[in-house]
Design a protein around this ligand. Structure first.
Ligand code: M6R
Length: 610
């Protein structure tokens, strides 16, 4: 959600923090701010808008200092205004706080603090933390101890950083539910809400765990629990390069990430797919192999695009591996009192590995005795660490808020898991080889779809002013319809709905007239003829048909106004191909409408609050 950067060292902190915020802007972008210790006072600049607006503000009144903190906000409490932007301070501007998360008991704390004479300036929950620390410091002068005592009174979630004008030698960072990573340098240390703000300075890091706080100084970092016990640092290495978080010549991260898919899909299967043996090796699942093969049911849980990947996974697992599978929205699962037992295997699907609802579902499933496994992109993320075992999708950093390459990599990993289970449950090697060969061919087929981007751009121009879109598919392509509709609404703000094609006549058909674009996902699979019937129903009502169809489908031209060609593949791998033109269609429509593709309004890349 929000982005956090804190720096203490020998360099000027301001450019380093602003650059870090720019890299974190995909996490939240409704306002931004910095606080810098300049002499014996804290200078604060903050503003509603983008990091570029903050930069412009700083350009007019330069300030420098070797201790500073910065924040990009995604509003939860209080509108995105200058006043509500972080950092927030105590009454006299000495204690300064930036925060990601939600302080659930802030109203009660605020009432008490106001009664004690504290004056609040913002509508945020965060400001209460600064005043609470100010109050505690009347009795406890040590900053670290005052922060610790304040944290013990907070209910809710936080990744936060606190600095004080009275403590030029340190700042404090703490985590409960919102990620923070500490990067170690020579005579300098950095804290950020994710590693992309750190990687160009150091690759040696510690991911704070929930319930931990760090006292960060120039010459070292000590990590403590909220019970005040010092604990050893678990040092890890960032696995990606700076180039991976740059646009690399593309206009938008989204286009770069769509274009990377032949490579990212290959990375998801690299070393895992033994093509000519018809086998799959997933080292990450080795520790739970027995539980996996003994599972009576698989439950796939995620949100948004990751949930759509789960829906495709359900088709694969039930049809190929023949194992009962259910798919759940994480946000619903956690409050539904789900019936789970020790022979249930739950896969949590998450690009970021930090989505609050998915994490809560993981903890709920674990509490109920199920085996909990992760299908995650971000290495070292909370879901990855709290899962019993899992499979990384290895898509590399995904910066565009609309998820693209993570989806196809999630589908690739779900295909691998399906094949692994299918073999374990008796699928013959010669049958499996047909599938492993086909999966191995997918990256090249995605590449050929991308080569057709110009045609998709033309179609996008034709429909850029549409007010509504319908996406229809059947079987494993129904979730692709949902994903196509989600991509379009996220970045172009056009209202779009995905439906199982046959369901159309139970309601959505009422919407169809000569102004309604209808995207059909219509590969030549076992239910092609059924989809064709649905196409005819739309055509009879003058809907404008765009069909995603196979290269050898001659009949489709007479039914659809526009056809986007995709190569043939085995049915259950089809979604990996069919979603790619839908990603491009959304992208080109959004560009034609002039929206902010990588940072669409109201959204944040990873939703770390409920
Ligand atoms: O990081 P996660 O995969 O857990 O995120 C889940 C959703 O928030 C995410 O897929 C969201 O729907 C994207 N904006 C979709 O493009």
């Amino acid at each position: 959600m929000c982005g956090i950067v804190g720096y203490i060292g020998k360099r000027d902190s301001v450019p380093l923090i602003v650059e870090g915020l720019r890299r974190l802007e995909y996490r939240g972008y409704d306002s931004a701010g910095v606080a810098v210790l300049a002499g014996d006072r804290v200078f604060i600049a903050k503003k509603a808008g983008k990091v570029a607006d903050l930069q412009a503000m700083l350009d007019t009144g330069p300030v420098s200092g070797t201790l500073g903190i910065g924040h990009t906000r995604w509003a939860t409490h209080g509108e995105p205004t200058d006043v509500n932007a972080h950092p927030h301070t105590d009454c006299n501007g000495t204690i300064v706080v930036i925060h990601n998360g939600v302080i659930e008991n802030f109203r009660a704390l605020k009432t008490t603090l106001m009664r004690d004479g504290h004056t609040f300036t913002s509508e945020t929950d965060t400001e209460v933390v600064a005043h609470l620390i100010e109050e505690i410091r009347k009795e406890v002068s040590d900053l670290g101890e005052a922060v610790r005592l304040a944290l013990l009174q907070l209910e809710g979630t936080y990744g936060l950083v606190v600095m004080s004008a009275e403590n030029p030698e340190m700042f404090v960072a703490a985590r409960k539910g919102s990620p923070l990573v500490i990067g170690y340098g020579e005579g300098e240390n950095i804290v950020a809400s994710d590693a992309s703000a750190i990687v160009e300075h150091t690759r040696t890091v510690t991911y704070l765990e929930d319930g931990q706080m760090a006292i960060v100084r120039r010459d070292g970092v000590s990590i403590r629990t909220l019970d005040d016990a010092e604990i050893p640092k678990a040092v890890e290495h960032i696995s990606f390069d700076v180039e991976q978080i740059e646009k690399g010549g593309f206009d938008h991260f989204m286009l770069k990430e769509i274009s990377e898919q032949p490579e990212t899909i290959r990375n998801a299967m690299r070393g895992r797919l033994l093509v000519e043996r018809g086998e799959v090796v997933l080292g990450g699942l080795q520790p739970v192999r027995d539980k996996l093969f003994d599972a009576q049911r698989i439950i796939l849980i995620g949100c948004g695009t990751s949930w759509h990947a789960g829906l495709v996974g359900e088709y694969m697992l039930e049809q190929i591996a023949k194992i009962p599978t259910e798919v759940e929205y994480a946000s619903e699962f956690r409050y539904r009192n789900p019936l789970l037992g020790p022979r249930d295997v739950v896969f949590l699907i998450s690009q970021s590995g930090e989505t609050a609802d998915t994490l809560a579902a993981l903890r709920e499933a674990k509490k109920r005795g199920a085996t909990v496994l992760g299908i995650v992109n971000v290495v070292g993320s909370t879901i990855a660490r709290e899962s019993e075992a899992g499979v990384y999708i290895h898509a590399g950093p995904e910066i565009g808020v609309a998820s693209t390459k993570a989806f196809t990599s999630q589908l690739t990993v779900l295909s691998l898991i399906t094949l692994l289970l299918a073999r374990g449950r008796g699928m013959a090697a010669q049958d499996a080889v047909v599938l492993t060969r086909e999966l191995d061919a997918i990256p090249a087929k995605v590449k050929s779809i991308l080569e057709n981007a110009a045609r998709i751009r033309e179609i996008a121009r034709e429909f850029k002013d549409a007010d509504h879109f319908l996406y229809l598919g059947r079987g494993a392509n129904f979730p692709v319809a949902l994903e196509g509709a989600l991509k379009l609404k996220e970045i172009s703000y056009i209202h779009a709905e995905g439906y199982p094609a046959a369901e159309m006549k139970h309601g959505p058909i009422a919407l169809i007239d000569e102004r309604m674009p209808v995207v059909f996902i219509a590969p030549k699979d076992a239910i092609y003829d059924k989809v064709v019937s649905n196409i005819q129903e739309v055509k009879a009502r003058k809907g404008r048909i765009i069909a995603i169809a196979n290269e050898d489908d001659q009949d489709i031209e007479s039914m659809a106004e526009f056809v986007i060609r995709v190569p043939r593949t085995y049915g259950f791998f089809g979604p990996i191909l069919n979603v790619v033109p839908l990603q491009l269609l959304s992208y080109f429509i959004a560009v034609a409408r002039g929206t902010n593709v990588d940072q669409p309004r109201n959204l944040a890349k990873s939703v770390t609050v409920e």
